[in-house]
Design a protein around this ligand. Structure first.
Ligand code: NAD
Ligand code: KPL
Length: 304
């Protein structure tokens, strides 16, 4: 059975290239014929790993192709996910597996609602990749991907072994929502502040009082959403990640510096929506959201 990848960008390209070179059938789906023609002209997907660069001629098609899709990796940004899934929804076979690789939370529910006959599998990834050209991906940081299905947590799909064959570090978890919530909380505590202070992660060590108060509110939110366990040691974990990634520029700051839209709506935005749903007043997070939105608007970037 072939994998289909919709969103042939950094992570989609990284997964695609590794599946392809392991001999596992995989097809990239491009938005339209123009994009497909551009891809064919360069002859495939380029992947740089350390000092090695290879060209992988993965098969490709457009969203309008007629072949049914049985296993799909949706690897676009969270704000593009609904429109992207709508473009191929009629092609999804009944019971197809659709893996959602989006960071943050909120987009997954919106996508699942559009494809009720498919099984949606949520993913949370710490891999690091970026594009240095349109069809060229750099694998910048080794990471891990957790996969899970909150509606059928004890039923890992049979194709998980294909990921290990392809050298994609991944594992099934019975608690993917907990995993996504914990990552969301960590990203909310670090990423917005790196934008506001325009600094590398390590420089946040000068703002630990602010980080602590943000973490206190995130913990309150986690407890109200039933994620009490994920609140445990959050501040200490955030400080440890700041130290471990001290020289890095957060993904949100990278987006802002490159003039790209951020995923704010699916991080802080989602946290505040959930707080509102639980009638929780989180003044620090609200103020952080307002300051970040102002900063994005000043730079001419969308605030959602
Ligand atoms: P990216 O921008 O590099 O790639 C997304 C791709 O999706 C682009 O090529 C874009 O053209 C394509 N796309 C968007 N809408 C489409 C549509 N309708 N039809 C076809 N293609 C469409 O993004 P990325 O960095 O790979 O991130 C994807 C998700 O993974 C994000 O939610 C991100 O936060 C998350 N993530 C990324 C990394 C990373 O290191 N890049 C790490 C962890 C999580
Ligand atoms: O995930 C991250 C990101 O930059 O998006 C880290 C490095 C953990 C900071 O939140």
């Amino acid at each position: 059975m072939s994998w289909h990848i919709l969103g042939a960008g950094s992570l989609g390209g990284l997964w695609g290239a590794r599946l392809f070179r392991a001999g596992i059938p995989v097809r990239l789906i491009f938005r339209d014929r123009v994009r497909l023609a551009q891809y064919r002209q360069v002859g495939g997907l380029r992947l740089r790993e350390g000092d090695d660069t290879s060209l992988y001629p993965l098969a490709a098609e457009t969203a309008q192709d007629a072949v049914p899709i049985r296993r799909l990796l949706l690897a676009c940004k969270a704000y593009d996910a609904e429109e992207a899934i709508a473009s191929i929804a009629p092609r999804l076979a009944s019971g197809a597996d659709v893996i959602l690789l989006q960071n943050g939370m909120g987009s997954q529910d919106a996508v699942s609602a559009r494809i009720p006959r498919a099984r949606t599998i949520l993913a949370s990834s710490t891999e690091g990749a970026f594009r240095d050209d349109t069809f060229s991906v750099v694998h910048a940081g080794q990471g891990h991907t957790w996969l899970g299905d909150p509606t059928h947590p004890g039923e890992p799909p049979a194709w998980l072994n294909e990921l290990s064959e392809a050298g994609i570090p991944a594992q099934w978890t019975d608690d993917i929502l907990g995993q996504l919530w914990r990552k969301l909380a960590i990203n909310c505590a670090i990423n917005p502040l790196t934008v506001l202070y325009d600094c590398r992660n390590g420089e946040l060590n000068a703002h630990t009082a602010e980080i602590q108060s943000v973490c206190e509110e995130l913990c309150e939110l986690l407890r109200h959403t039933g994620q009490t366990e994920k609140a445990s040691g959050l501040y200490e974990a955030v400080l440890a990640i700041i130290d471990a990634t001290a020289a890095n520029t957060s993904s949100m700051l990278q987006d802002v510096r490159s003039g790209r839209r951020t995923e704010i709506r699916f991080l802080l935005g989602h946290a505040l929506e959930e707080a509102h749903r639980h009638s929780l007043k989180l003044a620090r997070l609200e103020s952080l959201h307002i300051r970040l939105s102002e900063q994005l608007a000043t730079r001419g970037l969308p605030i959602d």
